[in-house]
Design a binder for this molecule. Structure first.
Ligand code: ADP
Ligand code: MG
Length: 228
């Protein structure tokens, strides 16, 4: 049997109260197993980002349970959540979210500072991760000296640096042109082949086709799971 990485059972997330209440998630069930490469699709407002925020321990469900590697996340305090985010999860966003004041190398080193990795090892591992994403010649560049695709590759290197059990990417190619999108998707393929578990949100069919499975969201739940 495959090992469960993330398991959302009957998860709801409500915003606001009374007649203004929005049910961003409404009884969502989703299983992510080790080695999965899952694309999440669905109309705008269907709850994709809310689900990613919960999977990423950035937010808690209003109802339901979330188990990450067998741990019931909703029972943890904020410090434990921050610890899990750093050790178990990697994030990639549409707008890269790099620190503008520091180099590519230092951006990739940052998660290891929080994980208390010794300084020399940080530098070695960050350089190795930048090599893995093909940026060995851009390590000392500042983010504004890099193209969008290069910045996204730095963000991916940063996301995988602590060997997360789950890589979460919300519209990672949404701000990229088609050539650069292809580069980033090739990189995800490579990471998946190396054993990284990936959940990627996209509204583009050609991007979703690169995943192994597609979960379609509607009104805060999964209405269909298909295999590619
Ligand atoms: N912080 C928030 N406060 C209030 N409503 C929110 C908040 N975040 C999301 N929503 C609402 O929840 C629903 C789902 O949003 P979201 O998860 O961002 O959808 P998607 O990523 O699929 O476009 C939408 O109706 C959105 O307006
Ligand atoms: Mg969204």
């Amino acid at each position: 049997m495959k090992k469960s990485v993330a398991s959302l059972s009957n998860v709801s997330k409500y915003y606001g109260k009374g007649s203004l209440q929005v049910r961003a998630l409404d009884g969502l069930n989703l299983e992510v197993n080790q080695g999965d490469y899952l694309a999440v699709m669905g109309a705008s407002g269907s709850g994709k980002s809310t689900a990613m925020n919960i999977l990423g321990c950035l937010d808690r469900p209003t109802k339901g349970t979330y188990e990450l590697n067998g741990t019931a996340v909703e029972k943890l305090d904020d410090d434990s959540l921050a610890d899990i985010r750093n050790k178990e999860l990697g994030f990639v966003f549409q707008q890269f979210h790099l620190l503008q004041e520091v180099s590519a190398l230092e951006n990739v080193m940052l998660p290891m500072v929080y994980a208390c990795v010794p300084p020399l090892e940080r530098k070695e591992r960050a350089a190795d991760a930048l090599y893995r994403v093909g940026l060995e010649n851009r390590m000392n560049n500042m983010p504004n000296q890099l193209s969008g695709g290069q910045q996204q590759r730095v963000a991916i290197a940063r996301a995988i640096i602590n060997q997360p059990s789950l890589l979460l990417a919300d519209e990672p190619t949404g701000a990229l042109d088609s050539k650069t999108t292809e580069d980033v998707l090739n990189l995800f393929d490579q990471l998946h082949t190396q054993g990284i578990t990936i959940v990627l949100v996209t509204h583009e069919d050609n991007v979703a086709q690169r995943a192994k499975k597609i979960a379609r969201f509607k009104d805060g739940k999964v209405i269909e799971i298909s295999q590619n």
